[in-house]
Design a protein around this ligand. Structure first.
Ligand code: GLY
Length: 352
């Protein structure tokens, strides 16, 4: 078991290792006094882990109640958020109580947002159960729901009080759900350096996910510590996401986030080479790594449709949009371009 510190204000730890759900009550008692814990989870994760978590919390002296919503991106909206907030109020949670997000990225984002809104903010503990939430979304305090116009368009920053990442949960993930998380991990490798990137080429991610999660979280922790509210450096973590979010939106959210980010990363890597910002064989290298991790490197939607969908993205500021351009493994650049230049960039990297 290892704990990665995240030195935000307040600071917290990301514990990574086996058996953490069974032991969550004892661990949380080290940082949170007895209180009411509201566990928010979904219809896939709840039946698997809710009982274990509830038992452990009760044994440690917490009062526990639970709210379960239907699994999937389709639930990440105002209707579910409102139902969670009403639930917290009906359960009389107060400012000294705590919400636990037990699940993958959708649960973490939405439960985190509920914690940020309820009584203008209560404590939240993230318990990621997917690779995607373990390597990325449970850490750093971004919370959100989707709007009709696009993904994550309403949200807040709320750093968790703790993150408990039980790596036993990864053992039973369906291959496509594991691959989804691999996309965010590969993205981190492209941003960080060749040593981390190599772990996604040589099979280490499958063989020792705890080690890879720890390294991805340590990288992200550093970025978040330096730029908690995405005023600068944190924008790099959006690598692959402008086109990725557009692919998700064009698919009506039937293509999962990680798969869309993988295709988005491939598009921007090919565009970077085609436009002379990166040298060959960067795109081929990234695409080979994505394929090796059972991820797509193309999208079936036309560049025009993707550009239109992307322009609702948060990364747009007035008439400009900031793109994260990979130049080589371990080196990316932020390029702010007029929105009219997005379509030519996507065209340059698009492949059917
Ligand atoms: N997932 C990107 C970030 O947390 O900033």
């Amino acid at each position: 078991m290892q704990t990665i510190p995240v030195n935000t204000n307040p600071p917290y730890g990301v514990a990574i290792g086996p058996g953490l759900l069974k032991d969550c009550g004892r661990r949380l008692r080290e940082i949170i006094p007895p209180c009411h814990m509201a566990v928010v989870t979904d219809s896939i994760v709840g039946p698997l882990y809710l009982e274990t978590v509830t038992e452990s919390l009760k044994t440690a002296g917490y009062t526990v109640s639970a709210y379960t919503f239907p699994a999937g991106e389709g639930s990440k909206n105002f209707t579910t958020l409102s139902a969670i907030l009403e639930f917290l109020a009906e359960e009389h949670l107060t400012r000294t109580d705590c919400l636990i997000a037990l699940g993958g990225g959708v649960v973490g984002d939405m439960a985190g947002f509920a914690a940020a809104c309820y009584l203008r903010g209560i404590r939240c503990v993230q318990m990621p159960t997917t690779l995607l939430s373990a390597v990325d979304s449970s850490v750093g305090g971004k919370t959100a729901i989707d709007l009709k116009a696009g993904k994550n368009l309403a949200g807040a920053f709320l750093q968790p009080a703790a993150v408990l990442c039980d790596t036993d949960c990864l053992k039973t993930l369906p291959p496509a759900v594991f691959a989804d998380g691999a996309a965010e991990a590969v993205k981190t490798g492209v941003l960080c350096d060749e040593t981390l990137f190599a772990l996604f080429e040589d099979g280490t991610l499958k063989a020792d996910p705890a080690e890879v999660i720890a390294r991805c979280v340590a990288y992200k922790a550093g970025v978040v510590e330096r730029d908690e509210r995405e005023q600068g450096e944190r924008k790099f973590l959006n690598l692959g996401h402008t086109v990725g979010h557009a692919i998700e939106k064009c698919s009506g959210y039937t293509i999962p986030h990680g798969h869309a980010v993988a295709a988005g990363l491939a598009v921007i890597a090919r565009a970077s080479e085609a436009l002379g910002w990166a040298e060959e064989p960067l795109a081929a290298w990234i695409c080979a790594c994505l394929r090796k991790n059972a991820l797509p490197v193309s999208a079936e939607y036309a560049p025009e449709a993707l550009a239109e969908a992307a322009l609702a993205d948060k990364k747009r500021a007035g008439g400009n949009i900031t793109l994260v351009i990979p130049k080589k493994i371990g080196l990316c650049e932020l390029k702010t371009v007029p929105v009219t230049e997005l379509l030519p960039v996507i065209r340059a990297g698009w492949e059917a």
